[in-house]
Design a protein around this ligand. Structure first.
Ligand code: ADP
Ligand code: MG
Length: 206
């Protein structure tokens, strides 16, 4: 197995290096993942920590170079397409790195996050754990397994039964009908083409 490079910054003489941790926040659309990130961001700032926020460039629903919630809260972020850009764009001496919409990143997000942790950075990621078909989404299952900090699984209100039990993102076609399984994995949208639904009311046409 390839050994991680440990930077000088992270190694104190006579001491073991300090490592960061990984927190993972998951749930369907509208479950409050971005709001949770912004809540934590404010707390980190109050503590005087240096925080940098990244979002996937695909997410232009509410703003570019910002993370945003469906309730219209916004925070400055750097939009990136490839995970490696996070390593290129990160400023010096950051304490915390926050990454939203982590399900959109390719699988090299895993070694990138591992590098950040090796540099004593606290990494907090948020993303959808299941896609519109109800299947595990991208690298999110791996990130859940690798998390050594907090794992938070949020729920939304099911738009059909109105219970706070929605774990799935229902994709809808323009005519309001459930999207078929063969639809493309990624379709950027919000209330126009997605609803939060529980297992019982989540429908995928096969
Ligand atoms: P996520 O990042 O998980 O998609 P956001 O943090 O962007 O979620 O948005 C959460 C907000 O979405 C809630 O505070 C609420 O205002 C709004 N919302 C819209 N539909 C729902 C729903 N079905 N269940 C819960 N919240 C919803
Ligand atoms: Mg969000």
């Amino acid at each position: 197995m390839k050994k991680e490079k440990i930077s000088a910054k992270n190694t104190q003489p006579g001491r073991l290096p300090n490592f960061g941790v990984l927190d993972v926040i998951v749930g369907p659309m509208f479950s409050g993942k971005s709001e949770e990130l912004m809540k934590r961001l404010r707390r980190f700032k109050i503590a005087g920590l240096k925080v940098m926020v990244f979002n996937h460039a695909l997410d232009k629903r509410y703003a570019t170079n910002k993370i945003a919630s469906h309730s219209k809260q916004k925070w400055q972020a750097v939009s990136v397409q490839k995970p490696e850009e996070i390593l290129k764009k990160i400023k010096k001496n950051m304490d915390v790195v926050i990454i939203d919409e982590v399900q959109f990143f390719s699988k090299t997000i895993i070694p990138v996050i591992n590098q950040l942790i090796t540099k004593n950075i606290h990494v907090v990621v948020a993303g959808a754990d299941t896609d519109f078909r109800g299947d595990p989404f991208g690298s999110v299952p791996n990130l859940l397994a690798l998390a050594d900090g907090e794992v938070v699984k949020l729920k939304a209100v099911c738009t059909v039964c109105k219970k706070w039990n929605a774990t799935r993102s229902q994709r809808l076609l323009a005519n309001g009908q459930p999207a078929p399984r063969q639809d493309s994995l990624i379709k950027i949208g919000a209330g126009d083409c997605y609803q939060a639904r529980c297992r019982k009311h989540h429908i995928v046409i096969s």
